[in-house]
Design a protein around this ligand. Structure first.
Ligand code: GLU
Length: 285
């Protein structure tokens, strides 16, 4: 059976959208694209499936609102931008989801939410309850209070951690690249597209140099590959696809050939807690 055929039966789906897929080059929100994104998600909900959206864009939207061009450099400016942008972003999501009769709910997460067992359990319970109520949780890092999040954090990793926490069965990362190539396609015209990755070995992990060409987002290919490692060992399939046209979401769900698929294979020795400890340890050095 074609591996993509099984996407038709997925029940708990996480969709992660990068800042560059949500905004125009001016930094302001691309409302046409947002409208399509929300309609696609509402349609998956209408099929009776659960959807969680991990949306970046807080800093990009906030900086555009206060008239800064490009990514702000100072930490406190980034945090102020995130505070303004996150609220603006949610206001628009709330409005668009309501137009299709669905409810959007905001969940802001820091690394502490995941490392602290009590917070992690609370976050898990909140996700479960929201999904039971039929709401669409919209997740982002709580950039305004978690300074190291902005410096090190990226929503690729965050979305994989959420997939692991709530045992999602499919994670779709939409970015400004078509998927995984044998080399950086911006630099090497002979780079070949990889359709399916069944085994994410060390070679592949090293191949993912930070290749994001975007100056608004945070995660490059290496962040996406480490997200793939977390998601697949937690048992979820993952797809990296181009978010240029959000109609790709229903095409992926129908099993059409878009993006690179990383097949999930639950590794019972993988522990979310140990993984989080290892990244915290790196930061303390
Ligand atoms: N949390 C950041 C924001 O919403 C973006 C992180 C990322 O691009 O991965 O602006």
């Amino acid at each position: 059976m074609n591996i993509r055929e099984r996407f038709k039966d997925k029940q708990r789906i996480i969709i992660k959208i990068g800042s560059s897929s949500l905004t125009h080059e001016t930094g302001a929100l691309n409302l046409t694209k947002l409208e399509i994104l929300v309609r696609e998600i509402c349609d998956i909900r209408n099929m009776g499936k659960e959807v969680i959206l991990v949306s970046s864009g807080a800093i990009a939207v906030g900086s555009s609102a206060i008239g800064i061009s490009g990514k702000p450099k100072e930490l406190e400016v980034k945090q102020a931008c995130a505070a303004i942008g996150q609220a603006k972003l949610m206001m628009i999501y709330q409005k668009l989801f309501a137009e299709y009769g669905h409810m959007a709910a905001q969940i802001l997460i820091t690394k502490n939410t995941m490392t602290n067992p009590v917070s992690r359990r609370n976050a898990y319970n909140t996700f479960q309850e929201l999904l039971k109520l039929g709401a669409v949780p919209i997740v982002n890092e709580n950039d305004t209070v978690a300074t190291y999040e902005i410096q090190f954090g990226d929503n690729d990793t965050l979305s994989a951690l959420v997939a692991s926490l709530i045992e999602a069965d499919l994670l779709i990362l939409l970015s400004d690249i078509d998927g995984l190539f044998t080399d950086d396609p911006h630099l090497n015209p002979n780079a070949k597209f990889i359709d399916v990755v069944e085994e994410l070995d060390e070679n592949l992990l090293h191949m993912g140099k930070s290749t994001s060409s975007s100056d608004v987002g945070t995660g490059g290919m290496s962040a996406k590959l480490s997200a793939a490692k977390i998601a697949t060992t937690s048992g979820a399939d993952m797809v990296i696809a181009n978010g240029e046209d959000f109609h790709v979401i229903h095409k992926i769900m129908q099993g059409q050939s878009y993006g690179t698929v990383f097949t999930g294979r639950k590794d019972h020795s993988f522990s979310l807690v140990d993984y989080l400890r290892s990244i915290n340890h790196r930061e303390e050095k």
